[in-house]
Design a protein around this ligand. Sequence first.
Ligand SMILES: O=C[C@H](O)[C@H](O)COP(=O)(O)O
Ligand SMILES: C=C(OP(=O)(O)O)C(=O)O
Length: 351
Amino acid sequence: MSQRTDDLRISRAQPLITPWILQEELPLADTQAEDIATARRNIEAILAGDDPRLLVIVGPCSVHDPDALLDYARQLKALCEPLQDAIYPVLRVYFEKPRTVIGWKGLINDPELDNSFRINRGLHLARKVLLDVAELGLPAASEFLDNTFGQYYADLVSFGAIGARTVESQIHRELASGLSMPVGFKNATNGQVDVAIDAIRSASHSHWFPSLTKEGTPAVLQSSGNPHCYLILRGGKDSGPNYHPQAVQSAAQALAEQGLTASLIVDCSHGNSGKKPEQQAQVVANLCDQIDQGQTALRGVMLESHLVGGSQAMAPRDALNYGQSITDACLSLSDTHPLLETLAASVRRAR
Ligand SMILES: O=C[C@H](O)[C@H](O)COP(=O)(O)O
Ligand SMILES: C=C(OP(=O)(O)O)C(=O)O
């Protein structure tokens, strides 16, 4: 045999379920499909400035325990009911975690949290969680990281995010150009905002790119371009937080200079909180001042919040605290509630 030159570093290959089979097993009911289409339209209207409410994307950094997520979702929904005239809550349901170096990559990649990497089970669980969230009547937001996993669950997502680590990736811009929901692009981890604006411009165009059909066949897809792409300010390593009035105004201006809607979402966590969950409250207070002062470009906020505040180290499933993050530290839901009320009060005053 001649010298082998291929797959030298692939030690295993396992079958992957097809999107079609997963969707057949876990179908989206007509009522929930209507709800998701309505939620996407509502989010688009808010971000376009046609609906005066504030988009609030709130929930755990990542889903590791579907029961705890659903528990959180039920409680969040009840807390937001009296605030519905002013804020539009969307649950963070994040399954794909982009890591700075290494670490648990989320429920799809390793659903048992034990390095067994049962990805078929992870896809199954992710779809089931999203169906349960849809049945509760809450729209879901999720980050798309793998460029094929969306085929398994994007039909259940009302807001998509492209993260700070992939905002400059052409593959992710192509993916966003074909997604059926509004998409937010984070500024880069170093704080650069212009790359996210480039991403919005790129994703608004049609692209041809390789992907997977629902039947699981490799295919070249042509997208039509996504006209509902928006900027998410999340702060950065080099330039620090970017939620304060000057940063928001300058981002709004940079968008307008490119002929884009001056509309943005501020992520109160990540680089804007230095990953200290309690700092999210200060960011919210500052954003409320900006809303009070008539900053209309500010149309959404993102909060990382779970049943229990803080975070815990990865451990076997039965040794974990219920309802506490195993990725970034979160605010507790009880500490999140007053922030939601404050945001709603500001929106009512200003709009
Ligand atoms: O949102 C989650 C994290 O900030 C992101 O996945 C990076 O995490 P890491 O720096 O701990 O790898
Ligand atoms: C990974 C995330 O954020 P960022 O891309 O801003 O680091 C996230 O929102 O989970």
